[in-house]
Design a binder for this molecule. Sequence first.
Ligand SMILES: [Zn+2]
Length: 316
Amino acid sequence: MSRKFASQADLEEKAVSFERLSEHAYAYTAQGDPNTGIVIGDDAVLVIDTQATPVMAADVIRRIRTVTDQPIRYVVLSHYHAVRVLGASAYQAQHVIASRDTYDLIAERGAADMKSEIERFPRLFRAVESVPGLTWPNLVFERSLTLWLGTLEVRILQVGRGHTKGDTIVWLPQERILYSGDLVEFDATPYAGDAYFNDWPATLDALAAMQPEQLVPGRGAALKTPAAVAQGIAGTRSFIAELYAAVKRGAAAGKDLNAIYSEVVTELRPKYGHWVIFEHCLPFDVSRAYDEATQYRDPRIWTAERDQQLWAALQA
Ligand SMILES: [Zn+2]
């Protein structure tokens, strides 16, 4: 193998930022590593995505404690991916909230995904031995759930499929602040190995139609003006649409996955190659796009074995 598998060679720690977006909203970001959102109400704190391990989550909690001493009562999972959810136990929240589709994905493929993700990107699972097991939601909703943290309205919504089947966003209507999870990335390559390429652009259009004034993406810096929000949504949309169009073209011409992969990487690299984890994501993204363009409406489960087979095949 010419390159180390996935991101096993990515060892450089990123710098964390903890930013105040409004009286109630904060963003914990890390130069393209997975973000965490923080919403502080009148009487409780809500956290969106947990970091990958309880030890990593402890740094989020430490920063929350510099701005409030209210209890962290709610954790929202934007989707099921291990790197977002396995730190949940650190918060000792009363409620771990997820969509029904996310709950179903955890039940169906959470264990396989955990093993796959840890092997793909060990740096993102610092102190992985502190993970007690899968994170199980204890409050499951369909379509939408509204929480009032005192006078602050928090809307937890599933607006459509995209990054996964269960994608969930958190919307603060009074402040027009949106936490998008991995539906939107900024200066970071969208991972689409479990995606629905046909649905993702329309879901992004629905987010744009909400006219957020600020948006915290799944990866990358917080977007703090309407122009930056529009840029983040449009960039993600272009990447997904262009990748899928290129894969569909190759599939329609009867090309195999290896040939399509080479062509798509060459086509996308000039425009998107500087986004973090480009080389990491492309094999998985092209593979899923090829599946969706040919015979698999729903994403197949990634196992550690399937990951290795794909990586080896695409480098042959
Ligand atoms: Zn994800």
